[in-house]
Design a binder for this molecule. Structure first.
Ligand SMILES: [Zn+2]
Length: 402
């Protein structure tokens, strides 16, 4: 019986609940693409220009980065409101301009190191073909979730192609399964350049976008991804590892007395409510990339924030007929119909009918876009219909047999 209750709970809980604890996938991702880095001696370039930056000899203006957000939705509730995008951009700008209200929480020992990075992010007003743009693309995808394999960055993989990364920062928002987000590596392949953020982390107050934008401009995790590792920034203390939760007081690791860990840095894993600064050293490292010859220099001459040459009223978004499986009639007497027209890749999968105790009573292999299921022999009551594809996409539907 306990197993039955557990399975029932599993069906009733939303997928959100199972994804409560997630992290940046930067480390895993970097390992898979390290061979793709084409920028020669990136660290040498950063070092030289960071030093000049600190000496005040380099680009002094506020850097403005045109942004395009690609929202890949599968279910209607994932077709997020523009307001959510605007709110995330506002948060990103506050954090990079040191205008966030929680700068008052920066520990006293680090206050003098906290930087206004003088980097701003603005939704593109002009697309790569100089047509008017909102900087937000919402696109239906038949895929339910994505991995860190960059497929979401290609229309041919049912994602959405990047806008020219020399002129735009691309942000893909999708169901990233178990991760909060990841960034491409600086100097990597152009067609995968940008951030990917999970729907669950792309919402009010969530600073995943700030952390990933830091990676996108070459920042490493504050602990250097190994025990007392090096994040290649001179004014961030060495620290043993990432910080979970929301600590207070001074935490000494790696002999970093008297300041202790800079656990309030955006490049740690500390809770959103407790991260509130980039350091001056991180600012110089990020800004060095925009110097002549640097991997982000071309963004300074982007036309993405210009007045567009061609004004076109955007076409209305066309939703597909079914965004999700449709089960009817419900309640059912003799037959159930399962409409999977929206995604032909359900063909061949096995559908299970499960009772309230969690026991599978029958299975049916899907062989039609609208599958008929004979339920005449089930005793009246509540049941679940469940199916899972090899790519991880699953269906769970409740129905009543009369
Ligand atoms: Zn990270």
């Amino acid at each position: 019986m306990k197993t039955g209750v557990f399975i029932l709970l599993f069906f009733l809980l939303t997928t959100e609940a199972t994804l409560a604890q997630r992290e940046c996938a930067g480390q895993d991702y970097s390992r898979t693409v390290s061979s793709a880095i084409t920028f020669r001696d990136l660290e040498g370039f950063i070092n030289t220009h960071t030093l000049q930056q600190t000496a005040g000899r380099l680009y002094k203006e506020v850097i403005k980065i045109p942004v395009v957000v690609h929202v890949l939705y599968h279910f209607p509730n994932q077709k997020i409101d523009d307001a959510i995008v605007h709110e995330q951009l506002a948060l990103l700008n506050e954090c990079f301009r040191k205008q966030n209200a929680d700068t008052v929480n920066i520990p006293a020992v680090f206050k003098s190191l906290a930087a206004d990075c003088e980097i701003e992010f603005q939704l593109a007003t002009s697309d790569p073909n100089k047509r008017s743009a909102t900087g937000i693309i919402k696109k239906y995808t038949p895929l339910g979730n994505w991995g860190i394999d960059d497929k979401v960055k290609f229309s041919s993989e049912m994602g959405d192609d990047a806008w020219d990364p020399k002129s735009y920062m691309n942000i893909w928002v999708c169901d990233l399964n178990k991760f909060a987000g990841y960034s491409s590596v600086v100097g990597g392949a152009e067609n995968v350049d940008g951030l990917v953020i999970d729907f669950g982390a792309f919402k009010a107050g969530n600073k995943t976008i700030v952390h990933e934008a830091g990676h996108w401009m070459s920042l490493l995790h504050i602990w250097g991804d190994e025990n007392c590792g090096d994040d290649k920034v001179s004014d961030t203390p060495k620290q043993a590892s990432y910080t979970p939760g929301c600590p207070t007081g001074i935490r000494i690791t790696c002999g970093n007395a008297p300041t202790g860990d800079m656990y309030n840095n955006y490049m740690d894993f500390t809770s959103d409510a407790c991260i509130n600064m980039f350091s001056n050293g991180q600012k110089a490292r990020m800004r060095s990339l925009f110097e002549p010859g640097g991997p982000r220099n071309s963004l300074l001459t982007s036309k993405g924030l210009d007045t567009p040459l061609i004004f076109e009223s955007p076409l209305p978004d066309d939703d597909p007929k079914w965004l999700e499986p449709h089960l009817y009639p419900n309640p059912a007497k003799e037959e159930l119909k399962l409409d999977l027209t929206y995604d032909a890749r359900w063909l061949g999968t096995t559908v299970r009918i499960i009772n309230i105790q969690g026991n599978a009573l029958m299975t049916v292999v899907v062989n039609a876009k609208t599958q008929t299921i004979d339920v005449s022999r089930l005793v009246p009551g509540m049941y679940f219909l469940a199916a899972k594809r090899t790519d991880g996409l699953s269906i769970r539907k409740k129905f009543i047999k009369q």
